[in-house]
Design a protein around this ligand. Sequence first.
Ligand code: ATP
Ligand code: ATP
Ligand code: MG
Ligand code: MG
Ligand code: MG
Length: 258
Amino acid sequence: DNEIKKIKAEYVRSFLFENKLMPSTWIVIRIDGCHFHRFSEVHEFEKPNDRQALNLMNSCAVAVLEEFKDIVFSYGVSDEYSFVLSKDSKCYQRQASQIVSVIVSFFSSAYVMKWKDFFPFKELKYPPSFDGRAVCYPSTEILQDYLAWRQVDCHINNQYNTCFWMLVKSGKSKSEAQSYLKGTQTREKNELLIRQFNIDYNTLPIMFLRGSSVFRIKGEDSVMPEDGTFEEVKQEIILSHSNIIEDSFWKEHPSILC
Ligand code: ATP
Ligand code: ATP
Ligand code: MG
Ligand code: MG
Ligand code: MG
């Protein structure tokens, strides 16, 4: 009787599949808001960049780093965030589905809990959700290329969106603005902004241009607070808007990916 139960349990368990991420590789969990095109409209985000919405995303990322000590670096833009777990992380025995689900659900509930801190006069109309995926990067160089790719993407999208919304705000319809920008190069977009709107693209807020990085400072490059209070200890988690495409960032912070 007990034997039968045991056999049945084993049989049911045999359908479980392993989804362990390769050992000794950087794990990146990228989360992305589901249908945030709509979410940002319903909640009347400022276009193209709602500063408070970005601050809320960054605050959730800080909370994620406080909760999951194996995360060494993260980079966010728009409705997405990439979290990097250290190469030798043993988090959930490196099971992809568990790591992804726990980070994505923690981030989503932090987003809801913190909403009123960033939008005190805006009601949250429905529960936002995020999707998540895990990818392994076998070398530090490839990981840095991944992060650079996200920041390049931030730049390309931001430049397009800045032009698009300036055209729309100046009276063009969305489809007119779209066809107006079709096929234009970076230089042409910068010229358009200067010529028509007197905007020097490079003087836009640095958070819009570069996105946000949240990371831990450990070892030599950490600054110990004099009075060592609890609040100050938390400040080992840093928010910055650095250029992470250039090598110099990684040279200045050698302890992040060591
Ligand atoms: P999917 O579910 O496939 O991710 P999506 O609608 O979320 O669809 P994304 O490609 O992820 O599409 O783009 C996110 C969209 O959310 C942007 O295009 C933008 O319209 C909006 N958005 C996100 N963050 C902000 C912000 N801080 N300010 C203004 N708009 C934002
Ligand atoms: P893990 O993170 O590994 O899942 P856990 O603490 O969530 O750890 P579970 O095996 O999932 O452990 O068990 C959930 C526990 O949550 C139960 O042991 C019980 O103590 C508590 N719990 C969950 N739902 C209820 C409930 N409705 N009433 C009282 N206790 C509950
Ligand atoms: Mg998506
Ligand atoms: Mg999205
Ligand atoms: Mg997105």
